[in-house]
Design a protein around this ligand. Structure first.
Ligand SMILES: C[S@@+](CC[C@H](N)C(=O)[O-])C[C@H]1O[C@@H](n2cnc3c(N)ncnc32)[C@H](O)[C@@H]1O
Length: 384
């Protein structure tokens, strides 16, 4: 009997070790991005409950927790809950796709061609860190760049938890942390113009009420020939799929009327058409409504709804030279664009499909409609 007990204890210890190994924070960090390059599923609900509670840094935890069985149970419970929500949101095949994408790292087609650009360079991310830029993401540049600073709107966000200003932005284990700014993405006043080689933004622009104002700031802090990597959720793969695509005219109006982050123009539409079953960060409709009304504090709303054509048109209007557009399931529109040298025009026709079909391909049904590009809106140097 004693023999059996000791074997049982041994088996239990081994299982705990195995669970611990499976739920290591680096693995968890990957899970938090759902192999989507980081996105709307990436809510704090699913961040490390222990480290957040104990005031540790989100995403880190300590080896002495190995013996904490309740921690492991809560961890397992959290992963299970997340699995169920993903399954509900993505269906069986979508979930299998996510698992496969995680097991077999997949890169954007343009990655190999442009990774050299990031080598030893300094960049600024808005609303990072992001799974898409991590070593196993679609566009893994955290491991290549020299330093990446970050800007977020608050000291405490739904996605990142507590954020401290200073050299605290840990984008890669092997790099010195970048400088963390707590500022609005639309007002980078503390950063001098032309100071970064690249700017990154993943699943952030749609949370900003005045995207052209944000873009104009990001372009200002970019050096000439500097690169903007813009990742925007495609409506077909997000909880926005019932909402109409925003028009470029509306985004221009927001810019001209200096719309602020307090804007709730789209609230009624969101409350009516938001697909809560695809939003893993929220509970029932009442709490979603409460959270949405407090958007100035939490910034969870998607003010605007994008398809690929709108993302391309917006980038063109901002005066950037696009050189790659890739649209990847489950919901990523990725645009790589350069800030042109002063006085040089941009040629984005092949992406905008002015005379022909656009050169980018898309797995999303709403991208199959004719593109919205229009010659009425030409690039605005004033936006820069
Ligand atoms: C959906 S999360 C995306 C997180 C991460 N980039 C990813 O891809 O997983 C949106 C991010 O943008 C930040 N954000 C939203 N509005 C912002 C604003 N006006 N200024 C700065 N950051 C903002 C949020 O705090 C959060 O970090």
């Amino acid at each position: 009997m004693r023999w059996k007990r000791s074997h049982l204890a041994y088996a239990k210890a081994k299982l705990t070790d195995l669970a611990f190994a499976l739920l290591r924070p680096d693995v968890q960090a990957r899970e938090n991005t759902l192999a989507t390059g980081g996105n709307e599923f990436d809510h704090k609900d699913f961040s490390d409950p222990i480290s957040s509670e104990k005031g540790g840094e989100p995403g880190t935890f300590h080896l002495d927790r190995r013996s904490d069985e309740s921690y492991m149970l809560r961890r397992a419970n959290m992963v299970l809950r997340k699995g169920v929500v993903i399954l509900k949101a993505q269906g069986l095949f979508g979930t299998l796709g996510i698992v496969l994408r995680r097991l077999i790292p997949h890169r954007l087609a343009c990655y190999e061609d442009c990774r050299q650009f990031f080598h030893g360079r300094i960049g600024l991310e808005i609303g990072g860190p992001s799974g898409i830029f991590k070593w196993n993401g679609l566009f893994p540049i955290y491991t290549v760049a020299d330093r990446i600073d970050n800007c977020n709107f608050s000291n405490n966000t739904t996605w990142e938890g507590h954020i401290a200003e200073g050299a605290t932005f840990k984008f890669d284990k092997r790099r010195v942390p970048g400088n963390q700014y707590v500022d609005e993405a639309t007002n980078l006043g503390r950063i001098t113009s032309a100071s970064y080689d690249f700017v990154l933004s993943s699943h952030t622009l749609e949370h900003i009420a005045n995207p052209l104002k944000a873009l104009s700031e990001w372009i200002r802090v970019l050096k000439e020939d500097g690169l903007l990597v813009l990742v925007i959720p495609h409506k077909d793969g997000a909880f926005d799929h019932r909402r109409p695509v925003t028009s470029l005219a509306h985004l221009i109006e927001d810019f001209e009327q200096q719309t602020t982050e307090a804007d709730l123009t789209h609230l009624d539409e969101i409350l009516e058409l938001h697909d809560l079953t695809k939003d893993t960060g929220e509970g029932d409709f009442e709490s979603f409504k409460r959270r949405s009304r407090q958007n100035l504090e939490n910034r969870c709303l998607h003010h605007h709804v994008f398809d690929t054509s709108l993302a391309v048109e917006l980038t063109h209007y901002a005066g950037l030279q696009i050189f790659a557009v890739e649209v990847v399931k489950p919901n990523n529109i990725v645009i790589l664009a350069k800030k042109p040298v002063q006085g040089r025009g941009v040629r984005n026709e092949r992406f905008r499909a002015v005379d022909t079909t656009p050169c980018w391909q898309s797995p999303f049904p709403s991208d199959q409609r004719p593109p919205i590009c229009s010659t009425i809106f030409s690039p605005q140097v004033s936006v820069r």
